[in-house]
Design a protein around this ligand. Sequence first.
Ligand SMILES: [Zn+2]
Length: 199
Amino acid sequence: MQYPEPVAKLIDSYMHLPGIGEKTATRLAFFTVDMDADVVKNFSQALLDTKDKLTFCSICGNLTEHDPCAICSDPTRDQSQVVVVEQAKDVMTMEKMKDYHGLYHVLHGVMSPIEGRGPEELNISSLIQRLQKNEAIKEVIIATNATPEGDATAMYLARLLKPAGLRVTRLARGLSVGSDIEYADEMTLYKAVEGRTEM
Ligand SMILES: [Zn+2]
């Protein structure tokens, strides 16, 4: 027997999510069938809003409802420091720490020869332009993850930026090798920023 088409489609949709196999997707689909109509409507609207109402900040690449984003448009932020992160979610993580008041730049990934992703696939040219245009920026703090790809990207950026006379630093290895910023607690992240090293 086959599932009714709406259920089959829902199972298929859930299977697009990371870490969700057919079994879990099926369980979630039947759970959804039992949910209140209002809750399902809000759920589907929230999904649509992520596509309709969000854009990337034209300055830093952060995810935002308004371009430029709230951080780039805030004159009280320290304009001399830029933290370079892999993903928009890393900005949220750094912001939770509350001890960093500078700016950000989101790369939207890291260099990966295996996946055929070079520097031109990343949000790097806009970083260069930004640094050229904005003389207030004195330090670039590279906060890519401590993975081989994150390290290679950090090295690439350091080679690119240091000749321009910028201070280029990297988060201290309080974050153990291979770990994501995402999973670091606030104290670990604070220590990683405080103990950042020259590249
Ligand atoms: Zn921005």
